[in-house]
Design a protein around this ligand. Structure first.
Ligand code: HEC
Ligand code: HEC
Length: 284
């Protein structure tokens, strides 16, 4: 059985929909951690080893994961459309992605492994969806694709799939460093009406249950996007998932590809260095 934990914040009225973690963790410990603020990072330790977490994950999702694999991933359909988009001429300059990146954009094999990364022109962090829109605007004279639209997801997924099976190797050296640090602070910062941080769930309480989910360890969080989610009935991006968790935290949701979300994406993806890219993913 899972050991139950308690999140008993004094002011907290937990809507039944948000969480169901109840039980034994002392209020004292919790309140202490909650008093920290500013840019300081609250030191959190995972409540269990990664091996123990994996055991719980397999026990909890075991049959379900196998069943999903058997039924196939609906997001696979986007791959063909993404490939067509890569070869399609659009915009005022009469070019397709293939004009510069080779037939089917195959020269971009491996490109996704280094994203997100620092970009001097942007003076910030370039993510994969943003890079694709930047090429459309600057290189093709075409309109950027709306984030989370079918075409944006399909193109991102197809180009990213060219790096499937390759390890993530994101750099946080040099000018990327301050953005990485901001992303880390955001990940550990308590926010929203529930006063949670991302790290409380995905570092400290990974392996415990929240609602009907087992909270995942943040290893492998960034390697499978765009991903099909049953709950959405749709494919979405990593930033959509960030915004979903922020909403559950009753916190502010920065817009897609805002600086905040790009920095957070850098932080999380760096943690996943060495994990193999596998898109499209599929999750509950
Ligand atoms: C006119 C040429 C041109 C076209 C057309 C073009 N790109 Fe690019 N692309 C570039 C150049 C040049 C770079 C590298 C410099 C930069 O960062 O802008 C680049 C960089 C990239 C990268 C990052 C590669 C890396 O390893 O960092 C990706 C991904 C990419 N393009 C995708 C696309 C997609 C998808 C399309 C079609 C929507 C497209 N590009 C259209 C010229 C082009
Ligand atoms: C109250 C606990 C809680 C908090 C706080 C929380 N999450 Fe989540 N998160 C979940 C649950 C539950 C899921 C769905 C099951 C799972 O994969 O953990 C999830 C899923 C995710 C996933 C998808 C994992 C995958 O394998 O596809 C990502 C990425 C993620 N969260 C990032 C974040 C970020 C970033 C923050 C902070 C902005 C955050 N979460 C805050 C509980 C939380």
């Amino acid at each position: 059985m899972y050991k139950k934990i308690s999140i008993l914040l004094k002011t907290l009225v937990l809507p039944a929909a948000v969480m169901l973690v109840t039980g034994t963790l002392g209020v004292g410990t919790w309140a202490q951690a909650a008093t920290q603020s500013g840019n300081k990072i609250e030191k959190l330790t995972p409540s269990m080893s990664y091996a123990e977490y994996q055991k719980r994950y397999e026990k909890y999702y075991g049959d379900f994961t196998a069943q999903m694999a058997e039924e196939g991933n609906p997001a696979e359909f986007l791959l063909d459309d993404g490939k067509d988009l890569a070869n399609k001429v659009v915009g005022s300059k009469g070019k397709s992605c293939a004009s510069c990146h080779g037939k089917d954009a195959l020269q971009l094999k491996g490109a996704a492994t280094t994203f997100p990364k620092y970009n001097a022109e942007l003076k910030g962090i370039m993510t994969f969806p943003l890079q694709i829109n930047t090429c459309r605007e600057k290189q093709m004279g075409a309109k950027p694709l709306k984030y989370e639209s079918y075409d944006q997801l399909a193109l991102t997924m197809y180009i990213k799939s060219l790096s499937n099976g390759m390890p993530i190797k994101v750099s946080i050296d040099g000018p990327a460093r301050p953005f990485y640090e901001k992303g880390q602070v955001a990940y550990y910062k308590r926010q929203g009406q529930l006063n949670f941080s991302c790290a409380i769930c995905h570092v400290q309480y990974a392996g415990y249950k929240a609602r009907s989910n087992l909270i995942s360890n943040n290893k492998h969080h960034a390697d499978h996007w765009p991903c099909y989610r049953l709950k959405w009935g749709k494919t979405g991006s990593l930033q959509r998932r960030f915004r979903g968790c922020l909403k559950n935290m009753r916190a502010k949701k920065p817009p897609f590809q805002s600086e905040e979300l790009r920095n957070m994406e850098l932080y999380l993806t760096y943690l996943n260095n060495g994990d193999l890219i596998q898109v499209p993913g599929m999750r509950m």
